[in-house]
Write a protein that binds this ligand. Structure first.
Ligand code: IFM
Length: 777
């Protein structure tokens, strides 16, 4: 089994590592040790090549459609991390020889990744090897690698070849034309490649520096240019005990970069700027660049860290692992791009954004980095034309957000076909893009959360109100009249639980739609009161009187399933008639989705079995609509029928269990969230880490055990720690004021670090905290 806790002493809670190389499970390490800065993600495939590697370099926003029958995806850019070493005539590969003292460790505190080992080749001699790399947190276009080799038992002839490798695909789809290759001053390699459909020009540059025991030996290199490949090759005699070090600094620029918005010559600029960025990096050198980036990481940790004193030290590491990934998955200042379900750590879900962002990830950013949250919501604002197009194409009004979103104006990009049906052998159609529609209400919910936490009226006037109004217009047109129920209904949807397709009146969808409609009424009230330019613009666009009338009518008769005689809110119409089967084997399975080995979609639809939290997400998001007793009954009912086959499930259960004072159960769900990417199942992260789970881990700690919640316009804090935890410490930004919360089992301390008073609810009591004031009780 893999070990992930590598730190000792001061570093105990910062180092995530692995202590053996297993070529059957490279995807895990490649994803969890991925490095990035929101602009680019460099998957941690090893420098030397192995079968089964996925060498991804993904740059946010560079979406391309390989074929007319496919959807856009983030293309895998030419690889910069390859480095092939031949030692005394043998290619260095751990699978071929004997490897000892192996460890690969990611230092979450600095963002640096390091691999060390001693390798014995066929010559029977031992070589000490060390590989390091970083992606700069300050210079988003720059990344660096360093490798060193020390022969321990005798002299070695070392051949090193490293460069830019354009022989890459996304599982076979080649997104780039051949491109242009050039080596400047026999030092700087540059490859310019253009995507086949979106015509995004990507410029990759790299330069090497070789030293032997500190003396520069870079002069002895042979340039190589080949089909989709370029490199520098060098031959070196390294005496026993000497160290040959190879430093490789690289830059990545693309014509989609923010700096070139609206410029006709973006492609040329990207091609020129790439080598310039690299030259500036070279002038600083590897160590200074790494230190500059590590300092940026320290600043992030100063404001982002969540500290926990736990009986299980892994808890702290897990929280930091999640925070690390939360901070590399997002381009914090570019509202043309969202967060992919796998971030930039792998090709899974093609780089597309889902409700994962608004419901699972955004709360972290809203409450700790509101500017980033605003950027993410502006991305949805920029997606309004695509959402309007989708509504229109489906015969509705307003804005219907894509279930999967890519480039801002791509509209719906959910693929149409999925895995094999175990009964028919046909490909299963993916219906989420057509009928998983709650995303539209989720976006509106997130806008309102942002408004409540930040009070940012400028954003609301520019973007927020318009999103809320146009999504409400969608729901008002989406409902249909049901004579039997004498109510408006929402038929033929998929709710959050994707094991149930074509259902009517999914409780989550209906309640969230109703919430969206309510937000629109409130928005029109706010706007009317302000009576400003935004009010006039939006009134002209939406006709407030007509929209209000329509929404009031729909809301007054919208079917909202109520708790039945047992207190259960049916997930959808007819749910209670479904068969309840024994789920034990699937619940106990160590991998997800095992029910599909026995049943197909149609059969699963006839069972009371859930992939993930559905009605329970509703009871968390709109918590003031349901009393504690109803929540408890529904939690018990639905949890026993849920397989947690989605990475979005366990965190919801954790927070709800904590709300119900089931703190030890909640703690087990928190541990379960840790297992999603850092657990013993080696295949879970092959396609990339689960970004929603990273947000979910933060929610477990802060929403769950910290009892933080935003209800209406009020911030609630009500810590309740699990038995394993002695203290929990985190920071929040509420209405622009920074709050530091320290919770112990019998004590809560809240420090207002802001310059103005705040009003909050602490464990049910209204508290006024002046600037600099402390709540301590
Ligand atoms: O958005 C999720 C969905 O809820 C479950 N399937 C995976 C998607 C992306 O993470």
């Amino acid at each position: 089994m893999m070990r992930y806790d590598f730190g000792v002493g001061e570093k105990r809670d910062w180092l995530v590592g692995e202590d053996r190389f297993d070529d059957a499970h490279q995807g895990k390490g490649e994803a969890i040790f991925c490095q990035g800065n929101g602009y680019l993600g460099q998957r941690a495939a090893l420098e030397e090549s192995y079968a089964g590697q996925t060498r991804d370099l993904l740059v946010t926003g560079t979406f391309d459609r390989f074929d007319a029958g496919e959807v856009t995806e983030l293309p895998n850019l030419p690889d910069l991390t390859n480095l092939q070493l031949h030692i005394n005539g043998q290619r260095f590969a751990m699978a071929d020889g004997n490897t000892e003292n192996y460890r690969r460790v990611m230092d979450l505190q600095t963002g640096g990744l390091c691999r060390e080992l001693i390798w014995t080749g066929r010559d029977g001699l031992r070589y000490q090897l060390r590989f390091e790399r970083f992606v700069s947190m300050t210079r988003e276009h720059v990344l660096g690698l360093r490798a060193s080799i020390t022969p321990l038992d005798g002299d070695a002839a070392v051949r090193a070849e490293s460069g830019i490798d354009g022989r890459v695909t996304n599982t076979g789809a080649a997104h780039f034309h051949e491109g242009e290759k050039r080596i400047f001053d026999m030092r700087i390699l540059r490859m310019i490649s253009k995507t086949v459909q979106s015509e995004v020009t990507c410029c990759l540059s790299a330069a090497h520096r070789y030293t032997l025991n500190g003396a520069d030996v870079s002069g002895r290199m042979l340039p190589i240019i080949d089909r989709r490949y370029m490199a520098m090759r060098g031959d070196f005699s390294v005496k026993q005990g000497q160290t040959l070090t190879i430093e490789k600094l690289c830059s990545v620029t693309t014509s989609r970069d923010q700096g070139y918005i609206g410029l006709a010559d973006a492609a040329e600029l990207a091609a020129q700027d790439g080598p310039e960025q690299l030259k500036a990096a070279l002038a600083l050198g590897y160590d200074a660049l790494f230190e500059e980036s590590a300092a940026a990481w320290r600043r992030i940790w100063d404001q982002a860290d969540v500290r926990v004193a736990s009986d299980h030290p892994f808890d702290q590491l897990l929280l930091r692992f999640a925070l690390y990934h939360l901070n590399i998955m997002v381009k914090k200042d570019d509202s043309r791009v969202g967060i992919g379900a796998k971030g930039l750590t792998g090709e899974g879900y093609k780089g597309h954004s889902f409700w994962d962002t608004e419901i699972f990830i955004l709360p972290y950013f809203v409450l700790t980095q509101p500017d980033t949250a605003r950027t993410l919501l502006e991305y949805r604002y920029q997606g309004l034309p695509g959402a309007r197009r989708k509504a229109w194409e489906n015969g509705f009004e307003g804005a219907m957000y894509p279930w999967e979103a890519a480039w801002v104006d791509d509209g719906e990009v959910t693929p149409l076909w999925g895995a094999a049906d175990v009964v028919t052998g046909k490909q299963i159609p993916i219906l989420t893009g057509m009928i998983e529609q709650h995303i539209t209400a989720d976006v509106a919910f997130a806008v309102r959360l942002y408004q409540a936490v930040t009070g940012d009226m400028d954003f609301m006037r520019r973007c927020g109100y318009e999103i809320i109004l146009d999504t409400a217009r969608f729901w008002a047109s989406r409902v249909t009249w049901d004579e039997g129920k004498n109510a408006y209904v929402i038929c033929d949807v998929i709710g959050p639980d994707e094991y149930k397709e074509h259902v009517d009146n999914n409780a989550y969808t209906n309640y969230m739609a109703d919430h969206n409609l309510r937000l629109a009424l409130e928005a029109m009230d706010d706007l009317r009161k302000a009576n400003d330019e935004a009010c006039r613009r939006l009134d002209a666009q939406f006709d407030f009187s007509a929209l209000r009338k329509k929404i009031l009518n729909v809301r007054s008769k919208l079917y909202l399933p109520r708790p039945d005689e047992n207190g259960i809110v049916a997930q959808f119409d007819g749910y209670m008639d479904l068969q309840h089967i024994d789920l034990t084997p699937y619940k106990q399975a160590s991998v997800v989705g095992t029910i599909y080995n026995d049943y197909n979609n149609e059969q699963i639809s006839s069972f009371q079995v859930h992939k993930q939290a559905d009605t329970l997400v509703l009871m968390l998001l709109l918590e003031d609509l349901f009393d504690g007793d109803t929540k408890r009954k529904n939690y018990e009912f639905y949890e026993s029928r849920t397989l947690h086959d989605s990475s979005l499930s366990k965190s919801t259960h954790c927070v709800l269990a904590a709300d119900l004072n089931l703190t030890d159960t909640a703690y087990r769900f928190f541990e379960g969230c840790g297992g999603i990417d850092l657990g013993p199942n080696m295949g879970t992260s092959d396609m990339g880490v689960h970004t929603a789970s990273m947000g979910g881990i933060w929610q477990c700690a802060v929403y769950g055990f910290g009892g933080v919640r935003v209800v209406g316009d009020q911030l609630h804090i009500a810590p309740r720690l699990p038995d394993a935890w002695q203290t929990l410490e985190f920071q929040l930004i509420w209405q622009g004021r920074k709050l530091r919360v320290t919770a112990a089992r019998d004590k809560t301390r809240i420090l207002n670090l802001g310059s103005k008073e705040v009003q909050i609810i602490v464990s049910g009591a209204h508290v006024v905290l002046p600037a600099g004031g402390v709540y301590d009780r």
